[in-house]
Write a protein that binds this ligand. Structure first.
Ligand code: IDP
Ligand code: MG
Length: 160
């Protein structure tokens, strides 16, 4: 059991997943958490927050030059968001697949955006696009750190 836990942690990734203000207002919090939970990923941190424009601008700093940037910040600042950290094997790329393409018109049915969103400016959820950006986003949103724990179900999710 100890060996298998060590094996898992060596291939473990973390990703920053956020339910945007429209996802919260549309009562999709439980639905989105449910999908990550049922997949077998591990919840490592979660909070409902309204951090303000400066923090949101820092989160989306890479997009500062885009024409939609101010609108994006207004949208993200329009209500509380659910900030989460999820862990698991390949969770960064798999998490993006579960969210679906950025534009809901291109998101496959079965993905969160494909199932629940219509427009790119109201696409319900955020997920880190790489391991490095995930770690940066986790540090920005969870300055207090995350909760480390060993899920008893791991032996039923992972073969080794
Ligand atoms: P991502 O959320 O799939 O990683 P990014 O390109 O990083 O997509 O863009 C961040 C967010 O900015 C998107 O999720 C979406 O809410 C918004 N966004 C991206 N492109 C557009 C656009 O063309 N118009 C309006 N909003 C956009
Ligand atoms: Mg992005």
């Amino acid at each position: 059991l100890i060996n298998s836990f060590l094996l898992q942690t060596s291939t473990m990734e973390r990703t920053y997943i956020m339910i945007k203000p429209d996802g919260v207002q549309r009562n999709l919090v439980g639905e989105i958490i449910k999908r990550f939970e049922q997949k077998g990923y591990q919840l490592l941190a979660m909070k409902l927050v309204r951090p303000g424009k400066e923090h949101l601008q820092a989160h989306y700093a890479d997009l500062a030059g885009k024409g939609f940037f101010n609108g994006l910040i207004e949208y993200m600042n329009s209500g509380p968001v659910v900030a989460m950290v999820w862990g698991g094997f390949n969770v960064v790329a798999e998490g993006r697949k579960m969210l679906g393409a950025t534009k809901p018109s291109e998101s496959a049915p079965g993905t969160i955006r494909g199932d629940f969103a219509v427009e790119v400016g109201r696409n319900i959820c955020h997920g880190s696009d790489a391991v490095a950006s995930a770690e940066k986003e986790i540090a920005l949103w969870f300055k207090e750190g995350v909760c480390e724990w060993n899920p008893s179900r791991n032996a039923w999710v992972y073969e080794n």
